[in-house]
Design a protein. Sequence first.
Length: 363
Amino acid sequence: MRTSLCDEFGIEHPVFGFTPSEHVAAAISRAGGLGVLGCVRFNDAEDLDRALTWMDENTDGKPYGVDIVMPAKVPTEGTQIDLAGLIPQSHKDFVQQTLLKLGVPPLPDGEGGEGVLGWLHSVARSHVDVALEHPIRLIANALGSPPTDVIERVHAAGVPVAALAGKAEHARRHVANGVDIVVAQGYEAGGHTGEVATMVLVPEIADAVDVPVLAAGGIGSGRQAAAAMALGASGVWMGSYWLTTAEYKLGNTSTQEALLAAGSSDTVRTRIYTGKPARLLKTRWTEAWTSAEAPEPLPMPLQNLLVSEAHLRIARSDDPSVVSMPVGQIVGRMNEVRPVAEVMADLLAEFDQTVKRMTELNR
């Protein structure tokens, strides 16, 4: 399992592993892939700097990247706007009443605050500032092309840019803007995702652009990685599958319990997480937002600010039935907690077995 991307990034395997955990990202890099740390959970630049410093010291010199959340068009935003004041009281009331019905306990005194500000454009730019102070090898953007000035700045630092795409037309636009790698993320994927399935999307994008393509969405085995290569991808982008690894320590055990028990049909694509369509684990929390009394989700970043404290409370809860977690349909294969190195080894072994089987079939 080796492509030109391995030489370009100095990695052993073209497996790009997205995760919000620096411990998981470092383990992916040590295992021969490229760990990509999601920055959105870092409100404070100093916290992100500490996490990247830790990765510098714990990746055994192996390369890693970061993932930001930045729209191509700069939204109206600034200190003069009180974002909390733009959230209707009726939405706030619904969230509080729902948490009460679900039995989610309040946060301890002194915890909570202003929400996850990483969804804000200005904060995402600060993430870029911090990341470029470290020896990162990739900046990926979950919302497609970053603004062109950001791409130019990252390129000036000698770092390539990747962008997620859910349509071939999006991929062409990304490349025209200067993006170096397109992540073709199919409908099956967790988090922000489009409406075209991976099997259809990957060859469409591979045919549409002249840059390397990573296949994403529904990939959690060597057979699926081999299929991605057959469809024209130069590597795979995996996110959900690392959520049940032993190194993942964010939140409490109820989150992994919920993921381990879920099947491939136990996810839902909804706007309740950020304001944009995202695939989440289906739980009593997501079901509450489908009730007749539930309001329409707000646009990004207001929706995330609305539910950010609720997510903190849910993360503290020991009830797996109320978990709020982005995850793809591959969750049906996430049935045990294993170290990252073991997950990677199994994926590579099955990839080799699959290629060998297909070669024998063609004799």
